[in-house]
Structure formats: C-alpha cells, structure tokens
Design a binder for this molecule. Structure first.
Ligand code: NDP
Length: 448
C-alpha cells in the first residue's frame, strides 16, 4: 500500500480522462477523477455528440424535400428548435449518466469539483482539501478561443450554441474551420440566414484544396454567404436586441446571433501547472513526450490540453496508452500517422492521409485519381449536388497515401477505407476489390 491517497489523480472527466481512469482502475490502480463541469467532457456534453444529433436533425430539411421526388406527399413541415434542442440535451444527460456509471463500476472516485495542481504529487480541490497521488494526469481539454474586439461579449461559442432559446433568423459565424462549417450547415438547413466571416481567404485549412472548394461551392449554392479577408472590427448591440457586425473590408452585417468558432485553446489557465514546474508551450499546452509525460515525471497529460491532434478518438487512444503503459505493464505509444477526420458539414467531408499538395511536397511523384459524380439519390431528387472522391497515390510504390471525400455519408465510407490506407495498401489492391453495386463507395475501387 502506497503512502499516497491515490495511485492516480485525473483532472478532467472528458474522453481522455475517463478512458485513462477506467483502464488504470482495471489494472488495479486506486483512481480519483475531478470534474468541475459535467462528466463526459467536450465531446459528449458540448461537442461531437450533440453536434452530430443536430446534423441529423438538420438533414431532414433536405430529406423531406427530396422525399416528394420519391413519391411521398410531404406537407410543408414546421421545424421546432426547442423540441430538438431538448431531446438532444436529454440524450446528453443520459450519456453523462452512462459515463458516470462506467467510472463507478470501475471503482473510480468521481469528485464533482475543480482541482488544481499544487505540487508534483499533490492536488487541491475547490473546498481547500488537499490530496496526494503518486501520479497526476491532466486531461482538462480545450476551451473556445474568442479573439478580442469591441463587443466580443455579445458572441456565443460552441459551448452556448446547444442551449439557444430560439433559432436565430440571421447568424454570423466567425471562423472557417470545423465548427464554423458544421454549424453553418446546421443553421442553414433549419432556415436561418447564415454568413461565415473569415479572417483569411480559405476554409478548412489542412484539408485537400479541391475538397474545400467543393464544399465552398455547394455551401454557396445552398445559400450560405461567405466574407473572406474580413477581420472583425466591432459588434454593436441594437435597441431591438439584434447585433450589428462591423468588419474590415465589408459592409456591416445585421444578425440575431454571432457564433465565434476561431479555434480552441488548451485548458490550463489557473491549474497551477507552471508553479509545479510543468512546462507549457506558447499556447498554454502541456508539453509531453511520446509517453504523455510532462517535464515533471509524476505529471502526465492527454487529449486536447496537449494540443497534438484535437480529436476525441485521439484523446481516447492517448488515455488508453497512458494507463496501459503506466499501470498495465504494457508500454504503448500512439501512432499519429493516418488519423482519419471528418467535417460534418452539408454534405460532409472525410479524409485520411496526405492531401495532394502535401504528397507532392513530400514524395515528388504522385498519381491523383478523382471521381466527380452525382449520387444516384441526388439525381432522382433533382438535387444538383456533386460528390468528389480523390485518391493520392505514391507513384514510386503504388501505395495509397491519401483519400479525400465530400458527399453523402463520406465519413462513414472513409472510416472503412482508412483501414486500407493505414495498412499501406496499393492502388492495385483497391482495383482488385470488386465493386459493391450500386453504392457511392464503389467509386473507390473504380478510380481510373
Ligand atoms: P479550427 O481550428 O477548425 O478553425 C479555426 C478557424 O478560425 C480558422 O478558420 C482560423 O483561420 C480562424 N481563426 C483562428 N484564429 C483566429 C483569430 N484570432 N481571428 C479570426 N479567426 C481566427 O477551429 P474550430 O473552432 O472550428 O474547432 C476547434 C477544434 O475542435 C478543431 O481544430 C477540431 O480539432 C475540433 N473539432 C473537430 C470536429 C470534427 O472532428 N468533426 C468538429 C468540431 C471541432 P485560419 O485558417 O486563417 O487560421
């Protein structure tokens, strides 16, 4: 029996923290986890899960219209934001309960309070209680970053967007990344007038250029407006409660809500890490090595707080690797190559591996295959919306080094295809696979 209160004290019960806690406990460690908000963290409470449910809800707008072309007499339908919002929030509460149960089942002590680090092996709870642990895991995630400009206090972030009292008729969304494009699609389908305002001239930096262009073109066709190279000057609240958004290089825009989606920052403010000797990077992220260990050997970190790849499944892998390595006698590191990702825009994007530009820079000779097609369902529905699949192949080895897709169900298809890319399969391997007809995914084995 050690002299410490716990073998492991985890700060933050999000995706990474919950996985690490549960696995460490299953390896026999005495574990406590502190959570100041709600068990489940960003993904479950105010991220991936409620967002995906809103995406489903939003897509009915198109499905109901398209259904008429498939013979259904669909009357004009009314959308009830409050009903969807409340259903989504109760699903979130159900999942929060399940996460809590999992921790209880593994005999992890859950402390619903803020905890800060006061030494290499000591934490302090909000009520002043100090607890010791042989190891501390920081899994506090990230927090929306809001740039400073006059009136920025009138903006909402992805934290608040799930709780809106009513659907805004006009929404301005700042940023051109994941959250901006996903919520632009959601609000637009619900009938709001959406304007995306971006400081630069590109959306979704990091994704393949052709795919980004396709999303931009489809989004504009659907009625979403874009303002590029338009940094914020100020926001004014009007007498009627609406907002006037003033931008550089553009006319002001009247809006009922301003959603700021300009990235997320590691959640380390006031955690006591620097005083305990933990090195942070310039953005406040905990610097860790391949074993998730910080500059203080007893303090580790996983997930968004380390600012490596801000994705839930990555945080989960890091939490698992940490617990298996430190408490399970099974040294494991996370392989960050070929991590698939998706943007749940309308239509969605899925991608894995190198973009065409990256491959040209890194490999020199590459072969590019594309399929630019209209999904069968869209043709009958009279929906002039084309999907685009792109395969990037290393010309020297025939290996598929990147897949990039936009179109219906692209993330679902991409997840399966990512196995092939991760396994290092070649274009010839894709070609040798007989098509599954009729499907959209068959395009991947028919690329010429
Ligand atoms: P992103 O990093 O995706 O995009 C941020 C956007 O904001 C970019 O367009 C960026 O422009 C712009 N921006 C950054 N700083 C400023 C600034 N100071 N002023 C004005 N604009 C700025 O961030 P999100 O907020 O959309 O999402 C946060 C993270 O959450 C993502 O990185 C992702 O990892 C994760 N996420 C993942 C999802 C998924 O997997 N489907 C869904 C939602 C979130 P520029 O390009 O010029 O830098």
């Amino acid at each position: 029996m050690s002299d410490f209160d716990y073998d492991l004290f985890v700060i933050g019960a999000g995706s990474g923290g919950v996985r690490a806690s549960r696995v460490a406990a299953s390896h026999g460690a005495r574990v406590a986890v502190a959570e100041e908000h709600r068990v489940g963290g960003t993904c479950v409470i105010r991220g991936c899960v409620p967002k995906k449910l809103l995406v489903y809800g939003a897509h009915f707008a198109e499905d109901l219209k398209d259904a008429r072309h498939f013979g259904w007499d669909v009357p004009d339908c009314h959308f009830d934001w409050q009903r969807l919002r409340d259903n989504v929030l109760s699903e979130v509460t159900r999942l929060e309960g399940l996460y809590g149960q999992t921790l209880d089942n593994h005999k992890v002590t859950v402390l619903k309070t803020r905890a800060t680090v006061v030494g290499p092996q000591k934490v302090r709870l909000a009520d002043g209680t100090e607890l010791t642990a042989e190891r501390i895991l920081v899994a506090t995630g990230g927090w929306p970053f809001v740039p400073e400009f006059p009136g920025s206090e009138h903006a909402i972030t992805s934290n608040e967007v799930f709780h809106l009292d009513s659907l805004p008729k006009r929404v301005v969304i700042a940023g051109g990344g994941y959250i901006a494009n996903e919520f632009a699609g959601i609000f637009n389908e619900f009938g709001s007038k959406v304007t995306i305002v971006n400081r630069g001239d590109a959306i979704l930096r990091g994704y393949d250029e052709q795919i980004r262009d396709r999303l931009l073109q489809i989004s504009m066709t659907k009625g979403i407006e874009f303002r590029f190279n338009a940094p914020f000057k100020s926001i004014e609240k009007q007498d009627d409660g609406s907002l006037m958004v003033h931008l550089e290089n553009c006319d002001p825009i009247a809006a009922d809500a301003l959603l700021v989606a300009t990235g997320r920052v590691p959640n380390t403010k006031g955690l006591g890490l620097e005083a305990a000797g933990v090195e942070l990077d310039k953005d406040g992220a905990v610097k860790v090595d391949d074993n998730n260990q910080s500059s203080v050997p007893s303090i580790y970190a996983v997930g968004d707080v380390t600012n490596r790849i801000q994705l839930t499944p990555v945080a989960i892998r890091e939490g698992q690797a940490f617990a298996d390595s430190v408490f399970g006698g099974k040294p494991t590191t996370v392989d960050y190559a070929n991590v698939p990702s998706a943007v749940f825009s309308h239509p969605p994007i899925g991608a894995v591996g190198m973009t065409e530009a990256e491959a040209r820079n890194k490999l020199g000779a590459v072969r590019i295959y594309t399929s630019d097609f209209r999904a069968m369902k869209n043709v009958l529905a009279g929906r002039n919306e084309r999907a685009l699949y792109k395969m990037v192949v290393n010309a020297a080895t025939d290996q598929v080094v990147g897949l990039h897709m936009i179109g219906p169900d692209a993330p679902e298809i991409l997840q399966a295809a990512a196995v092939a890319v991760k396994a290092g399969l070649t274009k010839a391997d894709f070609d040798a696979t007989i098509a599954l007809h009729p499907s959209m995914a068959e395009e991947l084995v028919l690329l010429k």
